[in-house]
Design a protein around this ligand. Structure first.
Ligand code: UDP
Ligand code: MG
Length: 318
């Protein structure tokens, strides 16, 4: 048994004014209890305001004034969930906290799981994933698209924990390993998985957002899925090559057929098949170029080495 850890919970927030009070009181109460039970020596909350347009930052300042557990980082503009979380994790990696939990602001993930995560941490595990048992509260659509996503990811060779989002506990040194990764295209759950170290799972039921609406509309979900696949796998590129070879084989058949038709003298009826294959091949080529473009876009983004985020203000950061 190690000595009780200092724990910080990192929470990215984008336009979360409706939930922050409740989130703070629930997480504070949880940390109170854990301190009392001697599971941790100190517990804090770090809110990362991802360039919110509403009163989120004002609330974070207010909360951190009243409650000494609460700290805040305000990013200069909206950089998206993954980068905002990264900002918080990067801060935590150079702080004096021993264990770092990441969770969404809407508390859809069961905060009680943090207690179990901390127990596992105290048993010597270094990365503990929160895994959803069932998706009872998700809409039919979200549940099935998410399931497809996990299946597709693993068929593409991406090692992801099934039904794990970004709710997890990491020890400080695994976090330090994580922030050594220089890539700008972040797919944190895949990156964390590839770190190694002693890993464990904690299972919980996911709830509904208790206020506000999802900051992940379909368009963001789709681009997140594409990002996840293309930052972890080059299989789509290989798939294009395979398609290319298949098309060439088909084309050989078509050439033979065309020559035969020409010799037989009935050329005009071939118009339909020509038109169809023209469109089909055109579409296939465009898709292929699109996939390659996706990777080139990634390379472009990486070589620019742009800063991930800027911290505009902090509140109660020690
Ligand atoms: N979020 C963020 N930046 C964004 C979008 C979302 O920091 O550009 C945060 C948001 O405040 C929340 C978490 O990411 O804490 C997950 O978002 P949400 O709950 O809306 O996603 P869902 O649960 O619907 O997938
Ligand atoms: Mg949510």
């Amino acid at each position: 048994m190690m000595k009780p850890a200092k724990l910080v919970i990192v929470v990215p927030c984008y336009n979360e004014e409706e939930v922050l009070h409740e989130t703070t009181s629930q997480l504070s109460a949880l940390l109170d209890g854990m301190e009392k039970d001697g599971k941790i020596s100190q517990g804090n909350l770090l809110y990362v305001d991802d360039g919110s347009k509403d009163a989120t930052w004002r609330l974070i300042e207010e909360l951190s004034g009243k409650n000494n557990r609460v700290m805040g980082l305000k990013l200069a503009h909206n950089v998206g969930h993954q980068q905002a979380l990264w900002a918080g994790l990067e801060w935590a990696a150079q702080s004096d906290f021993d264990a770092i939990v990441s969770i969404d602001a809407d508390l859809q993930d069961d905060v009680q799981a943090i207690v179990e995560m901390t127990d596992k941490f105290n048993q010597g595990y270094e990365i503990i994933y929160g895994v959803r048992k069932e998706r009872k509260t998700d809409t039919f659509f979200k549940k099935h698209t998410a399931q497809m996503f996990y299946k597709f990811m693993s068929s593409m060779g991406g090692d992801v924990v099934y039904n794990h989002a970004d709710f997890r506990l990491m020890s400080k040194r695994t976090l330090q390993s994580l922030v050594m990764h220089p890539e700008r295209n972040l797919f944190l759950r895949g990156m964390v998985r590839s770190l190694g170290y002693r890993q464990e799972y904690v299972y919980y039921d996911r709830k509904e957002r208790f206020a506000g609406e999802s900051k992940y509309p379909l368009s963001k979900m789709l681009s997140f899925a594409v990002d996840g696949i293309t930052s972890f796998s080059i299989k789509p590129l290989r798939f294009i090559t395979t398609c290319g070879v298949v098309f060439i084989l088909v084309a050989i058949g078509i050439i033979a057929y065309a020559l035969y038709s020409f010799i037989a003298g009935h050329v005009v009826p071939g118009w339909t098949s020509l038109l169809v294959s023209l469109w089909f091949i055109g579409g296939a080529i465009l898709t292929a170029i699109g996939v390659i473009g996706e990777y080139i876009g990634k390379i472009y983004k990486e070589v620019k080495r742009r800063p991930r985020y800027f911290i505009e203000k902090t509140s109660n950061i020690r």
